[in-house]
Design a protein around this ligand. Structure first.
Ligand code: PRX
Length: 567
């Protein structure tokens, strides 16, 4: 029997009070995620239980108990407080998946400051726009990444502290830099956790939009209420589980379900800080006896590609429950997992903005391969007619996924961008920006995005951001960025480029531009292909029509081209 049980019963009796009561939260009283992730678990007598099993790139291993998590997160918190960091300040984590990332996140929240995790793969431009927009006060990073911070820090007057967690004394520290060694310092027994309340800001995650620069999605401490319960009911987490969430905490999955929920549930989780390899992943599951595995379609497709033979080399019988998020989970992937693991991947659908899972195939209920599943109790999700933003009276029509606002982990705003936030609502519904179809059983079937955002391997990339960066390359005159199909990543970034006079298309030029974007933005945003063209399709008013290029890549009809300049 799953934690969730029966759908109809859960819907009938549902209230978020269930979660509040399990967590012992009293409305109006302080609620601090950092405290829930560490001190509370220790108070429940689980101080010696393993919180985190970490394996590094070279196979090195570290294990932390809940008491270690409490002491070391206190050390982070004390260090921040002593450095003058105050509640509400933004503190960035810019690190690989090392233990300091997970423990530091908990420590930041304990001070009342806002945790701002960013992918360590980000290049200097991606890092800069996010630190500038958030007016970040402090950043934790590693030696290997500090050079990117150094390149931009002079343009960031708000950035007062650059903390290096693995400083070895070999090179002198520069202006604003300071060494912070979590283990070197040792644990801190007593730290007065800052009394944040339900609506106090907790986490700031940046997400890409179609137009404009990335937006900071602002979450609050009350988000714990829905993160905790969805992890319990959807990921089916139990006290004796060994849980593996493969997502990086630079991404919301890696914080909501890679830090907050599992720790608040007092579950043991493991982290593998190395790139993808089927063999390494299966070995990790075998070695740690992983029971619950939360991953993503791109990884699953890569495992499928590696073949079934390799699976036979490992004992994966510990696996009890599998879940996936981030992109459409194709039915083949579900059927494959039933064949090779004897259990299906359960799709989960949500967003950075939603903070928690909204729609899912629940444990213990029949999975409809290719469908995202049904709405979580307490979540009113529907498919809206795009013309009037009213729910379709009958199932079966394709429309926009709309959610009734008001669940605990819904974003409270986009950082300093009230207009973009307002724009997400129509007719009393929060618009996800995705299109789907509902079937007669209440299952949602994902159709696609309702905008130009590219979802590559589960990561959202803004064509606008890539186009802007391309224009900074000295040879590029104009560009248009679209997605193109890819068997593993579902879609990848493709750029159409016109060159300035004096520059000629060549393979070297293509590689040079690709590399330029990889360094500036990130490997994910790097176009996998650059097509050099003489002109780009534009409207008569001069706007580049990405839609036409997109249609060409996907072998679709371009639709209405009557406004095309060169028609
Ligand atoms: O387009 C949907 C897609 O990913 C978007 C959200 O991306 P992000 O904010 O980065 O958060 C991802 C992890 C929570 C959605 O608007 N998406 C997410 N889950 C699914 C999905 N597309 C299809 N099926 C899913 N299960």
């Amino acid at each position: 029997m799953s934690n969730f049980g029966n759908y109809e019963d859960r819907i009938k009796n549902f209230s978020w009070l269930i979660s509040e009561q399990e967590l012992g939260y009293q409305p109006g009283q302080p609620i601090n995620i950092g405290w829930y992730c560490s001190d509370r678990v220790c108070q429940q007598g689980k101080g010696d239980k393993t919180a985190l099993i970490w394996e590094g790139f070279g196979g090195e291993k570290k294990v932390y108990s809940y008491n270690d998590l409490r002491l070391y997160s206190n050390a982070f918190a004390r260090f921040l407080t002593d450095s003058g960091i105050k509640a509400g300040d933004r503190v960035c984590l810019f690190m690989d998946r090392i233990p300091e990332l997970y423990i530091g996140f908990v420590g930041i929240l304990k001070t009342g400051a806002i945790a701002q995790p960013l992918f360590s793969a980000f290049g200097e431009d991606s890092l800069f726009v996010r630190l500038e927009n958030a007016q970040t006060t402090a950043i934790f990073t590693q030696k290997k990444h500090v050079s990117k911070v150094r390149k931009i820090k002079d343009k960031l007057p708000h950035l007062k502290h650059i903390f290096i967690v693995d400083y070895d004394g070999k090179n002198p520290l520069q202006d604003r830099e300071k060494a912070f060694s979590m283990e070197g310092l040792g644990g801190v027994e007593d730290y007065d956790v800052y009394p944040t309340y339900a609506e106090s800001p907790s986490v700031l995650h940046y997400t890409s939009g179609t137009t404009g620069m990335p937006k900071g999605v602002q979450h609050v401490h009350y988000s714990l209420i829905s993160q905790y319960l969805t992890a319990k009911w959807v990921l089916d987490l139990r006290d004796d589980d060994i849980y593996w969430c493969t997502a990086d905490p630079g991404w919301v999955t890696g914080t909501s379900y890679g830090i907050i929920a599992p720790f608040a549930l007092g579950v043991t989780q493991c982290v593998l800080d190395s790139g993808f390899s089927a063999e390494a992943w299966y070995r990790f599951i075998e070695k740690n006896k992983v029971t619950v595995w939360y991953s993503a379609p791109t990884a699953i497709r890569s495992l499928m590609k590696a073949g079934d033979e390799i699976i036979k080399k490992f004992d994966l019988s510990s696996l009890r429950h599998l879940a996936s998020v981030g992109e459409p989970l194709n039915p083949e992937a579900v059927n494959w997992s039933i064949r090779v693991f004897n259990k299906p991947f359960h799709d989960t659908y949500w967003q950075t903005e939603t903070g928690c899972i909204l729609i899912t195939n629940f444990p213990g209920m029949p999975v409809k391969p290719g469908s995202m599943g049904r709405a979580f109790p307490g979540i009113t999700a529907t498919v809206l007619n795009p013309n009037n933003h009213e729910p379709y009276p009958q199932p079966g029509r394709i429309g926009l996924i709309g959610i009734k606002p008001g669940w605990p982990s819904m974003m409270r705003g986009y950082w300093k961008n009230e207009e973009a936030y307002k724009n997400k609502f129509r007719n009393g519904w929060y618009l996800t920006g995705d299109r789907a179809r509902l079937d007669g059983d209440g299952y949602f079937w994902f159709v696609g995005r309702d905008d130009d955002i590219i979802n590559t391997g589960g990561h959202l990339v803004s064509p606008f951001e890539v186009e802007s960066a391309l224009l900074e390359h000295l040879a590029v005159a104009e560009s248009a960025v679209v997605s193109k199909p890819d068997p593993i990543n579902m879609e990848v970034v493709k750029a159409f480029v016109t060159l300035k006079p004096g520059h000629t298309p060549s393979k070297d030029m293509e590689l040079d531009i690709m590399n330029f974007i990889r360094k500036k933005l990130s490997p994910l945003a790097m176009p996998q292909e650059i097509e050099f063209v003489d002109t780009l399709p534009k409207t008569r008013s001069g706007k580049i029509m990405r839609r036409i290029l997109h249609a060409k890549e996907w072998g679709e009809e371009a639709g209405d081209t009557s406004t095309l300049e060169n028609e």
